[in-house]
Design a protein. Structure first.
Length: 165
């Protein structure tokens, strides 16, 4: 029998209580506890021991492999996705959870120790192409042409941030 104070579910509750004093409730529930709960469900299904002291780096890597080979929500095979995009939220939540367990004395060393992942960098924003800029200018020019009164032209310039002629 696993002692209650080293069971993953029991520790997750203690972690949640501490986080609630420093983070927003939605962040705690959705991000940290949600990500760790998914890991706990995977660990239970994979037959990984419920004792935190028995978790290793291998278990964390096996979970990451599971994330890559399955879809996030419904278990379907995933389309090609970047590894960092899938791993980062889980890695960050787990790193904080195991860091907390070490600080509280439940673990000697964190299973995530030695693992280094970088945050996913979003794709760069592409600038407008010249043909897009020309289309935008044509629309603005058309708006200017259909303005019948000086007031409409002045309001049009004000909404566009331009100086009226």
């Amino acid at each position: 029998m696993v002692p209650a104070q080293t069971r993953l579910g029991w520790l997750l509750e203690g972690f949640r209580y501490e986080l609630e004093s420093t983070a927003k409730p939605r962040t705690v529930v959705k991000y940290y506890c949600g990500e760790i709960s998914r890991f706990l469900r995977w660990a239970d299904a994979a037959g990984v021991a419920a004792d935190i002291r028995l978790l290793t780096k291998h278990h964390i890597q096996a979970f990451f492999h599971y994330l890559i080979t399955t879809h996030r929500g419904n278990g379907l095979v995933n389309e090609p996705a970047t590894v960092e995009c899938l791993h980062w939220p889980y890695y960050r939540a787990r790193r904080r959870f195991f860091g907390w367990a070490v600080k509280e004395g439940y673990l000697q060393n964190s299973p995530t120790e030695g693992m280094v992942l970088k945050a996913h960098q979003p794709a760069p924003i592409e600038p407008y192409r010249p043909e897009h800029i020309n289309r935008i200018l044509k629309v603005l020019d058309y708006d200017w042409q259909i303005a019948k009164t000086q007031r409409q032209k002045m309001l049009k310039c004000q909404s566009e941030g331009l100086n009226a002629p």
